[in-house]
Design a protein. Structure first.
Length: 224
């Protein structure tokens, strides 16, 4: 397995330390590197939405360590984070991916086929809130990853938490919003939504949460 050549997105970690961590972390495999390249070629600047190598690997490791078999992702794009989750789930796992964009998720479908994980991934195209509200109400997930439109996060969290098993994890991406969550000044709709959700989660008696300065901020929430 190659070591990472660092395709990381850590806005808050000192460069040399980040490079050192990259050099001492397992790197992406050939298919993951290929998906990063195809995403850059076909989506241009939007490729910046992909999670970093380290975050993808962290999710893969967590999912595998939990023995998770049922997962959901809100915000799939070209399938890079979903591929990592699916690898962690193993052959008997099921990952429900939610996105609105056919063009981007067609790239994802190809990559999942090439990686031999498409059997364990179900993609639903449409607003994620509609998809979530159409799901049965009972517990049905071990792991969830939220990485879509920021104003939607509070609703996604509300819908997912009751469907998560005790001990299960919800990871939320971009919870530092480039640092703009700090301070009380007037903020964009995105920043305001994430600020109030961060405040809500840390006081939510149903969970334990650790917010990591990885990428643009990654909140790892465990349901009690
Ligand atoms: C940041 S990207 C996801 C990146 C992906 N997790 C990865 O690492 O490659 C956000 C995605 O959310 C999708 N999205 C935006 N609004 C949405 C909504 N209301 N419902 C479902 N998906 C949505 C976009 O189409 C986009 O693909």
């Amino acid at each position: 397995m190659p070591q990472s050549t660092s395709r990381r997105r850590n806005e808050f970690i000192d460069g040399p330390i980040d490079s050192y961590c990259a050099a001492h972390s397992t790197g992406p495999d050939e298919l993951q590197i290929d998906l990063q390249r195809v995403t850059r070629e076909k989506t241009g600047e939007a490729a910046g939405m992909q999670v970093g190598d380290d975050q993808a690997l962290l999710m893969e490791i967590l999912v595998r360590a939990m023995g998770a078999t049922r997962a959901i992702e809100i915000g799939t794009f070209t399938g890079f984070s979903a591929l990592a989750i699916a690898k962690g789930l193993g052959p008997n796992g099921h990952l429900l991916c939610c996105d609105v964009n056919e063009e981007w998720t067609n790239i994802a479908r190809e990559a999942w086929n090439d990686a031999g994980v498409s059997e364990r991934i179900e993609l639903r195209i449409g607003p994620a809130l509609d998809t979530l509200r159409a799901l049965p109400v009972g517990v049905q997930f071990d792991f969830a990853f939220i990485d879509a439109d920021k104003p939607g996060y509070p609703n996604y969290y509300d819908e997912i938490l009751p469907r998560l098993r005790p001990g299960g994890l919800v990871l939320l991406d971009n919870t530092l919003q480039g640092g703009r969550v700090i301070g009380a000044e007037k903020a964009s709709e995105e920043v305001s939504a994430i600020r109030s959700l961060n405040d809500f989660i840390v006081n939510d008696a149903r969970v334990r949460v650790v917010q990591l300065p990885l990428g643009d901020g990654l909140s790892c929430v465990q349901k009690l």
